[in-house]
Design a protein around this ligand. Structure first.
Ligand SMILES: [Ca+2]
Length: 385
């Protein structure tokens, strides 16, 4: 939801506000080193209160994922059998991450041509792209540093100095600086800010149509952070070319009393019909849909920033399946004729850390912002048939 312009922001806000409470919509059994434990969790959201008993069985060093049936509205039911088991709180962050926590579906595979089998479609996919962010600089064969703001509502200035590759990770830093800088957005508008973020994209370098596109990363957190891993089509500008938001997160709280957004993933798509003119493409012809996923730890104060996660989309000729750590939480059909251009062309990837804006809210606006912040990416992978 990056290239939204002011006239379409309300659509996004309505989407966010009316989204269903997918509380505990998914479940993971995270294996670690401790014994079984039972935990009772109470939660309140959008008027609903429910109590769940959390029973976690622990085995050795594997991670399995399931979705609880019936809790993910709008999906088409490729979920595993529902159970009442939910995960224990994921362990406190370690840096670098414990690879044993993510062993499913080729998370450790780094060899081009190696295969995995999708749990969503049973399709066998080959690894066709990986950037493991080794070395000491961004690989310019894959990425370009982008210094404009994709959305004019973003408050930060994107600077190259905030893009860092070190120790096998890409860092995109988010800072509050002592000096004010000038920055420009893609719509040509200028702004000044003490906040700095960063962005990279693979436009003209690495582009893909269909497959599984994944990022393993640790999110930033707190008010105003707006990290995202997303794509846009190469053939036409936005929104004709389409947008796939593999993951977005807006940190802190918001004005609708939505607490601890640091534990909530947003995914979705934007598009318009190919025949739309520029008079309507950004307004009445702009379409978007998506879904949210709350990590179970959200209601115990847990954040995406507490650990590394794999954020991905499986993009086929008929649907987009969004998943977190291999748990699919939202499937969107792309068979609608208005989508025949947007999602049937190659897309390039974008990783960025924006700050502020109408959706995220300004730093310190609804809760305290913690500085500095960073989006920390272990790898990006693309798998295709
Ligand atoms: Ca890495």
């Amino acid at each position: 939801m990056k290239r939204i312009i002011l006239t379409s922001i309300s659509i996004v806000l309505v989407l966010v506000m009316t989204s269903s409470c997918s509380l505990f919509g998914g479940k993971k059994t995270v294996t670690s080193q401790t014994a079984s434990e039972t935990q009772t969790v109470s939660q309140t959201a959008k008027g609903d209160t429910k109590t769940d008993t959390d029973t976690t069985s622990v085995t050795q060093s594997t991670l399995t994922s399931q979705n609880a049936a019936g809790t993910t509205a709008g999906t088409t039911g490729k979920m595993a059998t529902a159970t009442t088991t939910k995960p224990t709180t994921i362990k406190a962050p370690t840096d670098p991450p414990p690879m044993s926590a993510l062993v499913a579906l080729g998370h450790n595979i780094k060899t081009i041509g190696a295969t995995v089998k999708s749990p969503n479609t049973n399709t066998t996919y080959k690894l066709v792209f990986i950037d493991d962010f080794n070395g000491t600089a961004l690989n310019s064969d894959n990425w370009t540093v982008f210094t404009k703001n994709y959305n004019a509502a973003e408050e930060q200035v994107n600077i190259p100095e905030n893009i860092e590759v070190k120790g096998g990770y890409l860092y995109i830093h988010g800072k509050k600086e002592s000096v004010s800088r000038s920055g420009q957005a893609t719509d040509g508008s200028w702004h000044t800010s003490n906040y700095t973020g960063g962005a990279i994209n693979s436009n003209g370098k690495k582009t893909f149509q269909f497959g599984r596109i994944e990022m393993k990363a640790k999110m930033p957190y707190s008010q105003g952070m707006w990290p995202a891993f997303w794509t846009m089509g190469v053939k036409r500008g936005w929104p004709w070319g389409g947008e796939i938001d593999i993951v977005e997160m807006v940190g802190g709280n918001d004005q609708w009393n939505n607490k601890n957004r640091d534990g909530q993933v947003h995914s979705g798509i934007h598009w318009c019909r190919p025949e739309a003119t520029s008079d309507t493409a950004y307004s009445s012809d702009h379409k978007s849909t998506g879904g949210e996923f709350d990590i179970p730890e959200r209601y115990m104060g847990g954040k995406l920033a507490d650990d590394y996660h794999v954020f991905g989309v499986e993009w086929t000729s008929t649907s987009m399946m969004f998943y977190l750590d291999d748990v699919m939480f939202k499937e969107i059909s792309i068979t609608d004729t208005t989508m025949r251009e947007a999602f049937f062309q190659k897309h390039f990837m974008i990783i960025n850390l924006a700050i502020g804006g109408s959706w995220a809210g300004s730093p310190d606006s609804h809760s305290k912002t913690v500085w500095p912040q960073k989006l920390m990416v272990d790898w990006v992978k693309v798998w295709q048939k």
